[in-house]
Design a protein around this ligand. Structure first.
Ligand code: GLV
Length: 333
């Protein structure tokens, strides 16, 4: 029986590629940038499985011209780059990489929180530019982190880890989300649920976003929401850029509406070099690197390989976002 055809859209950890190539006829896009959409669509046209990144758009036209496709394994916990409903309708299972990146992502979110509050990047630039001429009583003042309240939007896996980091700094934790969490978790984190997002925005010193991008969270944080925040507030987004109205964020940052922001995600990515946000000194922007540690990226790649191979065997991938697509096991590898 011929081996299934797999297209991998970027070079990932070799251990994961070895696992895949042992069982399949694998092709890897070798470019540093993602394959152009038309290339991806053409490759998907003859593939049994795809290993994709969040930079690959898997839309309806692509799925329509991919008759053999059984599994899409996304190397990310988020999967808003994939038309899940259409894939499900076509019986294509989708894998993602939750869990292994939770703490690494929370580490980066907390690093951004600290860096934005204490103006670390600005201070480093100041030093490099030769502007450190004395110890200045009013130089580069920032916001205290210890004891300040941390408002978490979305207390899922990553939100919980962010809360734990905040607890370590003596921060009272507030959270908002569609559902209140268990009393045991609230007690463990010392977290207070606020059923109204407005209350969280106006009460928090730091606000960190940890929800997926869905139609109901798109532009969740806009002009009205920034206006509710304290002038001293620090806003952190390591989730998805589309959750925030970026123009409203610019207005808030440039007018003193909030103190600072730390972003690992923007709307769009990469952020264009002439975006007005990049002219502001009170925003730190990292290039979507929250899960980028050596160890975590390797774990993600291995998990993505396992999801892919399980889907090809006609089994439910260990981490599947649409188990309802799972049908007719074929067991052909
Ligand atoms: C990164 O943003 C991910 O979803 O894993």
């Amino acid at each position: 029986m011929p081996k299934p055809k797999i297209y991998v859209t970027r070079k990932i950890a070799q251990e994961a590629l070895d696992l895949i190539s042992e069982k399949t006829e694998m092709e890897v896009w070798g470019g540093e940038l993602p394959p152009p959409y038309e290339t991806l669509r053409e490759k998907a046209g003859t593939a049994d499985g795809l290993l994709t990144l969040l930079t690959d758009r898997i839309d309806i036209p692509l799925l329509e011209t991919a008759p053999r496709l059984k599994v899409i394994s996304n190397l990310a916990v988020g999967y808003d780059n994939i038309e899940v409903t259409e894939a499900t309708r076509r019986g294509i299972v989708i894998g993602n990489t939750p869990g292994v990146l939770t703490e690494t992502t929370a580490d980066l979110a907390f690093a951004l929180l600290m860096a934005a509050a204490r103006r670390i990047v600005e201070a480093d630039n100041y030093t490099r530019q030769g502007r450190w001429r004395t110890w200045g009583p009013q130089t580069l003042l920032g916001q205290d982190i210890h004891g300040a309240s941390l408002g978490i939007i979305g207390l899922g896996r990553i939100g919980v880890e962010m809360a734990r980091r905040g607890r370590g700094f003596g921060m009272p934790i507030l959270y908002y989300g569609p559902h209140r969490k268990s009393e045991a978790l609230e007690k463990d984190l010392g977290a207070e649920y606020l059923a109204d997002l407005k209350d969280l925005l106006s009460a928090s010193d730091f606000i960190s976003v940890h929800v997926p991008l869905t139609p109901s969270t798109e532009k969740l944080i806009g002009r009205a929401e920034f206006q509710l925040m304290k002038k001293t507030a620090v806003f952190i987004n390591t989730a998805r850029g589309g959750i925030v109205d970026q123009e409203a964020l610019y207005e808030a940052l440039s007018s003193g509406g909030i103190f600072a922001a730390g972003l690992d995600v923007t709307d769009v990515e990469p952020i264009p070099p002439d975006d007005p946000l990049l002219r502001l000194s009170n925003v730190i922007i990292t290039p979507h690197i929250a899960s980028a540690s050596f160890r975590t990226r390797k774990k993600m790649a291995l998990m993505a390989a396992e999801n892919l191979l399980a889907g090809l065997r006609g089994e439910l991938p260990p981490n599947c976002v649409n188990p309802e697509a799972f049908k007719n096991p074929t067991k052909d590898i």
